[in-house]
Design a protein around this ligand. Structure first.
Ligand code: GZL
Length: 304
């Protein structure tokens, strides 16, 4: 019978089960890449599942990780609600759960050990503050159309809330249309086409909850014979490469950073957990705002 030196057994690889939402945006692709490369660099065995933006697939993946007795489970919840049952199963199996990117809405916070990701409320506020400053000398109404992220997701809920919290200070700001584009370019274009058909030249501003929907909307605006970032001021969130390319082309006014590069932080947290350390309940990613004026200078420094 083969025997293993204690050192080999002692170095048994940590196994992390990760349930990813899907591949709906440039942001998500960069996020998955960050997690995969950081796991490899950390020597952590990664079981990675792509849920194609369906909550039931994430729940199935988490159940499979429990059955495989992984050491740690991490996931980015596609929506905030509906997680109690499967998180209770993970807790019963004594497998710690780390939330990355998006939060869950559960009564019992002991069902997850830590949440690392951006402050979406603040991202919405930053978008609102940029617009209020940009429009400070405008006297008449500022008519805004809004492309929301995935219905029920933490970023969609909080980016809307944060933005409205800031613009409500002046009644001239009016959100005249608001609909989900599900964080994708295709849907962003489709919904912007409908906005343009309904409101046309009345639209002064587009607030998109992510760059992919903004990029899709830019195509719709151009096909309607209007100049994006001139006839319609465009604000979006993520700060992915496509947004910098759009700003350099003069078609997007500003993007609020939301970093997908959570991989190294996640792997460190997994290692700390396995070493018996307690993790902070909330780890916030530090971020910035990039207006088109700085895009060309900043672009070479971008990592996603
Ligand atoms: C935000 C993330 C969002 C991005 C979108 O942290 O959950 O999902 O803003 C992505 O681009 O699809």
């Amino acid at each position: 019978m083969a025997t293993f030196p204690l050192s080999a057994l002692a170095q048994k690889k940590i196994v992390l089960g990760f349930s990813q939402i899907g591949a709906e945006s440039e942001w998500r692709t960069a996020n998955s890449e960050s997690i995969k490369s950081a796991a490899a660099a950390a020597g952590i065995e990664l079981k990675f599942s792509d849920a194609q933006q369906k909550q039931e697939n994430q729940i199935k993946a988490i159940r499979s990780f429990i059955a495989q007795k992984v050491d740690v489970i991490a996931f980015s919840p596609v929506v905030e609600s509906g997680w109690e049952p499967v998180l209770r199963e993970a807790k019963a199996a004594k497998i710690p759960v780390i939330l990355t990117d998006r939060a869950v809405n559960v009564k019992d916070d002991s069902l997850w050990v830590s949440f690392m990701g951006s402050d979406f409320l603040e991202e919405g506020r930053r978008a609102g503050r940029w617009l209020v400053d940009k429009m400070k000398d405008v006297k008449g109404d500022v008519n805004i159309v809004e492309l929301q992220g995935t219905v029920g997701s933490a970023p969609a809920i909080d980016r809307k809330k944060g933005f409205e919290e800031v613009i409500k200070a002046d009644a001239k700001f009016k959100i005249i249309r608001s609909q989900t584009g599900d964080f994708t370019r295709a849907k962003g274009k489709e919904v912007m086409e409908a906005f343009l058909k309904a409101e046309g030249k009345k639209i002064n501003v587009l607030y998109a909850h992510n760059d992919d929907m903004a990029i899709g909307a830019i195509q719709a605006i151009e096909e309607a014979g209007l100049k994006p970032a001139k006839d319609i001021t465009i604000i979006s969130i993520d700060a992915v490469k496509g947004a910098f390319e759009a700003m350099i082309a003069g078609k997007l006014n500003v993007t609020v950073e939301c970093s997908p590069l959570l991989g190294p932080q996640l792997m460190q947290a997994v290692k700390d957990l396995k070493a018996g350390k307690t993790l902070p309940k909330r780890i916030v990613t530090e971020e910035s705002v990039f207006p088109m004026e700085v895009a060309a200078k900043e672009f070479p420094n971008r990592k996603y």
